[in-house]
Design a protein around this ligand. Structure first.
Ligand SMILES: [Zn+2]
Length: 279
């Protein structure tokens, strides 16, 4: 993933803000707590609609780029496999927020040696084949990675990170006076999504994604222990090809400890779900 300089990021964010006709401010939480108990209040300045519109444009441009190179869903079997796992996870996302049923989910596989995956705002999922092939991921391990990425989207972490960055740049009182219509707003938001997808989230947001992702996979009938094995595989792979995913997801040893601590809470959900999923 191409990284923009931090100056470009600021420019995108400020441009986004100034182009925004809708600025919402407030502390709220985007999801229900679930068994894993994620309840942190979030600072959300931009609206969901703004973040989702930017993400949708970013995603469409990305998929078009790979499609023209012939690397989008080039392996139909693999695409079907990833989409099946995604749909099982998405079916459980309502446990954290009922409105996900109205999201325009998309799931695509990019044929690339990169070890990467993301879920952009509003449910736009991309999985790079290198992640699956190089690490020989099982279905449950793919579910662990995708569950984590879906959790970032449920928690609207990109929108939150953009809001925090904006607040650092200009005072909140200034924000209130800024209101202008801009037809370039979605372009700018797409750019901001591009930047956000390539940047690491805070450790706190990562922990939330780990916890919610763990519960999602358990509810979908995937053994949550696979969240441990996938991190171990990524660490073991560190000596070879650099893992794009690990560069934005540091500190795997700490994450493994946190996941282990949360396993007892989600195992009953997995045991119950297993009965409806034969695998
Ligand atoms: Zn993450």
């Amino acid at each position: 993933m191409t990284l923009f300089s931090s100056d470009s990021l600021k420019l995108f964010i400020l441009g986004t803000l100034i182009s925004s006709s809708l600025i919402t401010a407030g502390c709220q939480t985007t999801t229900q707590a679930g068994e894993v108990g994620v309840q942190r209040k979030q600072f959300l300045l931009l609206s969901s609609q703004q973040a989702d519109a930017g993400a949708a444009q970013f995603y469409a441009q990305e998929m078009q780029k790979f499609s023209s190179k012939g690397t989008l869903n080039a392996n139909p079997q693999q695409t079907a496999r990833v989409r099946e796992i995604a749909s099982r996870l998405i079916n459980q996302a309502g446990a954290f927020r009922p409105d996900v049923r109205n999201w325009k989910w998309e799931v695509n596989v990019i044929n690339s040696k990169e070890l990467n995956a993301y879920c952009a705002a509003g449910g736009k999922i991309a999985v790079y084949s290198g992640l699956i092939d190089s690490l020989h991921l099982t279905d449950a391990e793919i579910a662990a990675v995708m569950g984590h990425e879906i959790a970032h989207a449920l928690r609207e972490h990109t929108r939150e990170a953009m809001s925090e960055a904006v607040a650092q740049q200009v005072g909140v009182s200034v924000l209130a006076s800024l209101a202008g219509l801009g037809q370039g707003a979605t372009d700018l938001l797409a750019g901001a999504t591009h930047v956000a997808v390539g940047l690491p989230f805070s450790r706190q947001k990562e922990r939330e994604a780990d916890d919610i992702g763990l519960e999602l996979m358990a509810r979908a009938g995937y053994d949550p222990h696979s969240a441990l094995s996938v991190w171990r595989k990524m660490m073991a792979n560190g000596g070879g090809r650099p893992t794009e995913f690990l560069s934005t997801h540091p500190d795997p040893a700490n994450r493994i400890r946190d996941i282990e601590a949360h396993l007892p809470r989600v195992m009953p959900l997995y045991e119950a779900a297993k009965k409806t999923h034969k695998k």
